[in-house]
Write a protein of this length. Structure first.
Lengths: 234, 113
């Protein structure tokens, strides 16, 4: 391995950015490909797939054998709102491989009694996100129903290109939210990325069922990353 | 910037350790699982990093073949030539070391730099 490749790879991993180490198994030469870098042909298609799935493996291209080692940041879920839905969502998401953090400034809601074994911040999203910025490997679900708490986090999630952004509330509630986000400077394209009403349409009724719908939608968003952009370009 | 330590376990991460060794001027080999068949304890892409004294971090199996990989890695550090190793089911006639789980793995061993 090229020492420069190792340094670059570690820098990307520390910054929670996806990277793939491409090694030519014939001559041992290697290079780092970052997400969004253009690579042509069969190798490029294999690299795009590895970024999407996170799976490493060998690929035959241009008469050579390459090993693609995919290093994807751990996807995670940030929930704004320590509500009943969140009590079900936090353990479910953890089991599914998406570590959860919860933010809610309302100290009556954000108690370790209600949320054992979860990273819980009884603070405003503004303060938490200053310390721990969002990124494209983070999903954000805003479920407080309170614009004072949800709106800032939603705008931040759109700006950070979170792989999933969901907001609880009816269509009527969301229409008002759209107006407020436009006023905050979000673009119409950005706002169109918000899943609202939140969750896959499985007829969820109870808080736990809504949690299932939200988690499934977040997983769907993660596993189809980059596909929409490709469809649009085709 | 988020504190990296929240998301990367730097004290146990083989590639982070390898970078630290590199800064200390050590000669290093990096072993990577490039293919698995059947039951394999570590997924494709897993790393074991080895220095010239035989110190190592990470894993390419559940401890079944690390010893053999370390021995080969010291050879790779000396020669500079990468090697592709293959390990299968432990079998006295065919294999010196093997995977008791019944799987097979292919491990690429290369020198850093």
């Amino acid at each position: 391995m090229d020492p420069y490749a190792l340094k670059t790879l570690n820098a990307e991993r520390r910054a929670r950015r996806a990277a793939i180490l491409v090694t030519d198994l014939g001559d041992g030469r290697d290079r780092i490909v970052r997400e969004g870098d253009q690579v042509a042909g069969e190798l490029g298609a294999a690299i795009a797939k590895a970024f999407r799935t996170g799976n490493s493996g060998s690929v035959e291209a241009e008469g050579r054998t390459f090993f693609l080692n995919a290093y994807l940041p751990q996807p995670r879920l940030l929930v704004i709102g320590a509500v009943h839905i969140t009590q079900a969502l936090a353990p479910m998401a953890k089991i599914a491989g998406y570590p959860v953090e919860i933010v809610d400034p309302r100290t009556a809601f954000a108690t370790s009694d209600r949320f054992p074994d979860v990273a819980l911040h009884a603070e405003w999203p503004e303060d938490v996100l200053k310390r721990q910025p969002l990124d494209s490997y983070t999903a954000l679900a805003a479920v407080t129903h309170d614009p004072k708490i949800d709106d800032f986090a939603l705008k931040a999630a759109l700006d950070a290109n979170c792989f999933y952004v969901g907001a609880l509330g009816s269509r009527k509630t969301h229409a008002k939210r759209v107006e407020r986000l436009l006023a905050l400077g979000a673009t119409a394209d950005q706002i169109a990325r918000i899943h609202a009403p939140i969750g896959l349409d499985i007829g969820a009724a109870s808080p736990a069922e809504i949690a299932v719908a939200v988690l499934a939608q977040a997983i769907q968003a993660f596993r189809s990353r980059g596909l929409e952009a490709k469809d649009a370009a085709a | 910037m988020m504190e990296s330590s929240i998301y990367l376990d730097e004290a146990r991460d083989p590639l982070i350790i390898a970078e630290g060794w590199m800064k200390d001027g050590k000669d290093i080999a990096i072993a990577t699982v490039v293919e698995t068949w059947g039951s394999a304890p570590r997924p494709v892409g897993s790393h074991l990093v080895i220095d010239a004294e035989g110190n190592f971090h990470g894993s390419v199996s559940g401890g079944c073949v690390e010893g053999a990989v370390v021995t080969e890695a010291i050879d790779v550090i000396d020669s500079g030539n990468a090697k592709m190793l293959e390990f299968g089911v432990a079998d006295e006639t065919a294999w010196q070391v093997g995977l008791s789980c019944g799987g097979r793995i292919k491990v690429y061993v290369e020198r850093l730099g």
